[in-house]
Design a protein around this ligand. Structure first.
Ligand SMILES: C[S@@+](CC[C@H](N)C(=O)[O-])C[C@H]1O[C@@H](n2cnc3c(N)ncnc32)[C@H](O)[C@@H]1O
Length: 221
């Protein structure tokens, strides 16, 4: 595990330094600003460690930069049972499999379960299989209904009182979707960060209380 952690750090250091990746089909990709920044990644890694997570899930693999930060957090405690689920319908097309390629370079690919379909199809399937997770990261479909569905399913997949780390919180659709869970379902906002004025992320904690709302309960959000 120590070697895997070092390799993950090496690969991460290189992609942050170069800002590019060369896919196996020869195409060259500028990773930023599509991939998360070093500042956000740093926060993501710390939250994974703080929550003592070993079983994580991510919506929107993209270039795999966020996932490598998650792995840094997972492997920091020499987790022999670290497991990460990554979801992305466009990995083989728009991203030329760059994210999966970085996993191979870091030699964490055996710790990853990849689903190449939309999260709104994959998440309910995982739920019906009885799967649970310690921690979630959301950076997928940023439209309101996309984020809303991700949060609704992740709220049931992540352990009670667990963390859902949400990217692009500066987008009104993302903040509005999160607002429903904060105002109606007892989730809490643990952190809202702006590394620069145009880019925010939010750290949400799901409720630890059973959902006892009456059928007509509704607070505007
Ligand atoms: C901003 S990128 C993610 C970048 C990634 N966090 C990184 O650090 O490299 C957003 C990703 O969400 C994916 N995406 C879009 N709609 C999705 C959906 N319905 N389910 C899962 N992923 C989706 C896109 O294909 C894209 O890879």
């Amino acid at each position: 595990m120590a070697n895997t952690l070092e390799r993950t750090r090496d690969v991460l250091g290189r992609v942050l330094r170069d800002g590019t990746a060369v896919a196996s089909d020869g195409t060259v990709h500028d990773l930023f600003p599509v991939a998360i920044s070093a500042a956000e990644g740093d926060s993501l890694r710390r939250w994974v460690q703080r929550e003592d997570a070993r079983n994580t899930i991510e919506v929107g693999l993209g270039y795999g930069v966020a996932a490598l930060f998650v792995f840094e957090g997972l492997l920091a405690r020499e987790r022999s049972r670290a497991h990460h689920v990554a979801i992305d319908p466009n990995q083989g097309t728009r991203f030329a499999n760059c994210g999966l390629q970085l996993f191979e370079e870091a030699r964490v690919n055996n710790l990853v379960e990849f689903h190449g379909h939309e999260s709104q199809l994959v998440l309910p399937r995982l739920l019906s299989e009885g799967r649970t997770f310690d921690f979630a990261f959301v950076d997928g479909n940023h439209r309101f209904e996309g984020v809303f569905l991700d949060l609704a399913f992740l709220g049931r997949l992540v352990r009670a009182g667990g963390i859902v780390f949400v990217d692009d919180y500066q987008l009104p659709a993302v903040a509005r979707a999160a607002s429903f869970f904060l105002s109606n379902l007892g989730w809490t906002l643990e952190q809202s960060s702006a590394s620069d004025p145009s880019h925010h992320w939010a750290v949400l904690r799901t409720s630890t209380m059973p959902d006892t709302r009456p059928f007509d309960y509704y607070l505007d959000f």
